[in-house]
Design a protein around this ligand. Sequence first.
Ligand code: CDP
Ligand code: CDP
Length: 230
Amino acid sequence: MGTSIIIAIDGYSSSGKSSMARQLAAEIGYRYIDSGAMYRAVTLYAMRHNMINSDGSVVTELLIPALPSIHIDFSVNGDGTQSTMLNGENVEREIRSLDVSGHVSQVAAVPAVRHALVAMQKDMGTGKGIVMDGRDIGTTVFPEAEMKVFVTASPEERARRRLAELQAKGVEATYEEILENVTQRDHIDRTRAESPLRQADDAVLLDNTTMTLEQQNQFLLNLYNKITRK
Ligand code: CDP
Ligand code: CDP
């Protein structure tokens, strides 16, 4: 066993980041953190407390002062999966809804929200031995990460994947609304002023449009082995 490193997986919505990050973490015995779940949990809190206007804009005068009272952590289930906890409540299922997906990018564009969550994420990485996925992990949260991957796939393939995932969970959704949501979030995430979605200069690009889960997991493990063996 060599020394532990930090692994940052960033990229577009529904490209397969969390699947590959979770799998690699399990394989090498690292902690996995889904940073998107944290933005989703803050969004759910804002929705429940009427902090989002009907046009989707965020009532920052209410949300910013409430940030210190939003506590997010992850509990590990018996089968090894994780559940996102919002002030002690398991919100794992609710944060994956299309409703939350429809508001999360606007909440995530609020600089004070990002500052609060980035600070929490940096804390989680102090012991290294962590795989974190998101949008700005390699650029802002852990610019010093030893391994960085930037994942992309065609928007149509990403919408197909997300649709299949939601259908398997029994969530009603159409391909068109998912494609619209994915494209819309990509746009907001790429163009926001505060830590926008972009490939870090030292990140390895992975386009997995035509890759299976097994192929992408193997790609990631090979990269990890190469980086930690040198
Ligand atoms: O799983 P999916 O790719 O659909 O999204 P996610 O990773 O759960 O992230 C949801 C949203 O949170 C993204 O569309 C971003 O707006 C925001 N996010 C972010 O701004 N920064 C991160 N590090 C992670 C997520
Ligand atoms: O975390 P992110 O939003 O980037 O994507 P994900 O949640 O890991 O993957 C979205 C869905 O696509 C999941 O149901 C994956 O199983 C599926 N997927 C796939 O079928 N083939 C791939 N190469 C990558 C992901």
